[in-house]
Design a protein around this ligand. Structure first.
Ligand code: GCU
Length: 434
């Protein structure tokens, strides 16, 4: 028999349990908001207002005063601080074939030894160069999810021996890739199309830099470059995995600068999803990247955190505790306290061209939030006399818009499709004056 006070207690316990389930996002319990009318009211930090309240009104003071401030905020509160180029880093061309892909391309494989030691940490880059284009050629550079051998069925690409997420379906057994994964991600790379348009394509497996799981850093550059190795205790403003992957992209650009076949001044850094977040952070920090492309990057990428639509700061920190810096966890369920929002990440890329792409069915990544970030980065582009996005409203599906900031939302799911590449190629042609 239950007394009424028992029932009351039970009721209270139940409701606090339910509240806890709703507020924490561990496992299945997280319920994303997909209702536009339930987006909390928010005020975005003004990209142009300095910490002391003064407003910057010209490109020079943005560059000299506000840009370093905003970059510092992203380092301290979101992605963490990354080191620079290691002094002793070396490159090695490990293979070069001039008649790859039926003769249309030269295929190079390059190892980047971060500490200069061949038995030390390294990443392996795959590069395809168009044979019929005048050198040096512009390039697209991006990290891949499944190993370099997964981006094309070309049997000559070295099969990655690094740790992979285990999925037999994707041709991975006991965390090692098998031949069955060759070409598995080909639809996401459109290699021939890129080459036919006169661009090189350079890619690296992101797991070479850091395997993507909570303890993966112990096998990656964050441990390898730290004096305490796998015993390192990171300060709350030190780099997370996204910081490490973005750092790897900058090291890849260091190589492209040293290769006379490539025009390192015309490199577009591109990434999808978590690697889209990474591409944005790379493009924001490293001003050598001429173009930055974010494909469906979502939360912690192009999407505004304050909208808490789809994936939220709390959910991403719980599910992927290694991606961001320790300080970012302070903003779980407290997006309004963030000293920045993601439109300022895009603003850090100004005046260089940036492209933000969404997919209609990818509500988890908040397409509207991605559009709004691009839109609210505009004031900084204007300081440079650039139009930025140049439209007020989110365009209908499959109707790309934009000027220095490009944007589209295509039909379909969370992926990189031929349609996306077509827009990126047009955008690059336009900005590279081709
Ligand atoms: C998850 C994650 C996203 C991320 C995506 C991906 O869905 O929640 O933030 O973008 O994985 O990288 O595929």
């Amino acid at each position: 028999m239950h007394t009424s006070s028992d029932c009351l207690l039970l009721g209270l316990l139940m409701s606090s349990f339910l509240l806890a389930v709703c507020r924490t996002s561990g496992g299945e319990a997280f319920k994303p908001n997909y209702d536009e009318s339930k987006v909390p009211p928010y005020t975005l930090p003004d990209p142009l207002t300095l910490a002391n309240g003064e407003k910057v009104t010209d490109a020079r003071s943005w560059q000299a005063r506000r840009r370093p401030e905003v970059l510092g905020l992203f380092q301290t509160h979101v992605y963490g601080r990354s080191p620079g180029r290691p002094m002793d880093m070396t490159f090695e061309l490990t293979s070069q074939i001039r008649d790859a892909l039926g003769g249309i391309a030269t295929r190079k494989e390059v190892s980047v030894y971060f500490t200069g030691r061949k038995d030390g940490p390294k990443m392996d880059m795959l590069i395809y160069l168009p044979n019929n284009a005048k050198k040096p050629v512009p390039a697209f550079l991006g990290l891949n999810f499944g190993g370099n051998h997964a981006i094309h069925s070309d049997p000559g690409i070295t099969l990655s021996r690094q740790w992979m997420r285990d999925s037999k379906e994707a041709g991975v057994v006991n965390n090692r890739a098998t031949e069955a994964s060759r070409g598995k991600e080909a639809s996401r790379w459109q290699v021939e199309k890129v080459l036919q348009r006169g661009y090189a394509l350079a890619t690296i497996y992101y797991g070479d830099i850091e395997p993507d799981f909570a303890e993966g850093w112990k096998m990656g550059v964050r441990a390898a470059l730290s004096p305490k190795g796998a015993d390192t205790a990171f300060a709350p403003d030190e780099w997370g995995a996204i910081g490490a992957w973005a750092w790897g992209l900058s090291r890849a650009l260091d190589y492209l600068e040293a290769d006379a076949d490539l025009d390192a001044k015309r490199v577009a850094v591109i990434g999808h999803s978590r690697l889209g977040k990474t591409a944005l952070w790379a493009g924001a920090q490293d001003e050598r990247f001429a173009i930055t492309i974010s494909n469906d990057s979502g939360c912690g990428g192009a999407a505004l955190s304050r909208r808490a639509f789809g994936e939220t700061v709390e959910r991403i920190n719980n599910a992927f505790p290694h991606w961001f810096c320790g300080n970012f966890k302070r903003y779980n369920l407290k997006e309004a306290d963030l000293p920045v929002d993601q439109h300022q990440l895009i603003a850090l890329i100004a005046p260089r061209p940036v492209y933000v792409a969404s997919a209609e069915e990818d509500r988890w990544a908040d397409p509207r939030g991605e559009f709004l970030s691009a839109k609210h980065a505009e004031p900084v582009y204007r300081l440079f006399g650039e139009k930025g996005l140049g439209v007020e409203d989110m365009p209908p599906v499959n109707q790309p818009v934009g000027d220095t900031i490009g944007y589209h939302i295509r039909t379909g799911n969370h992926d990189v499709k031929e349609y996306d590449w077509e827009q990126y190629l047009k955008f690059a042609d336009r900005h590279f004056g081709r």
